[in-house]
Ligand binder design. Sequence first.
Ligand code: DC
Length: 224
Amino acid sequence: MRPPTITIDGPSGTGKGTLAIRLVRATGWHLLDSGALYRVVAYAAQQQGVSLDSAADLARIATGLALEFQVAEEAVEVWLNGMEISTDIRSETAGSAASQVAAIAAVRDALLARQREFLRAPGLVADGRDMGTVVFPTAELKIFLTASPFIRAERRYKQLKQKGIDVNLARLSEDIAARDRRDEEREVSPLQPASDAIILDTSALDIDAVEESVIALAQERGLR
Ligand code: DC
């Protein structure tokens, strides 16, 4: 029998990553931070001097990544070829580069099987943009998080500051808007809620409240 899956999709700054880690702590399930995969592909391409619109080279990079993930206190730590690159891939510039490579169908195809390999017993919490629509369409519980653009920029600002990454709020707000537009308007796997997703607006909710609602939904569906 296929292990159970909870998918969490939505634009940046809605709290997907934090919610996913909390659910993993509550359930003991595995975690897929799919955004990290796209971030690493863009990072590895830049390291190798590969252009971010060179589809075939990017797909080759996506297929061969020697990656390791570890769930830490509040974030996922990422190693590439044995080197920790968590901070390098978390800047907004890296997010924007990730969004660029994520619009390329060959890159998404190359990462599809790799993402599905994360689904192992006792279960999976998967966070991204197309977890409920494309990667795990039969997930037992699909959550789509939203929040107002201002709140999302502010949350991202605090998150990046905490990580020691220097940012300007106005500039960040523009970058996030541009990135979300690209993620929503691309032809392959655009950012959109699955038809059976539950949409949660987190603008006025703190993370404890979001976690409580999702745990309650998981219990209603017999997942815990
Ligand atoms: O979740 P994140 O901010 O780490 O994601 C970075 C970018 O990667 C995001 O702007 C779009 C892309 N992405 C995607 O296209 N599909 C996913 N499942 C996850 C991320």
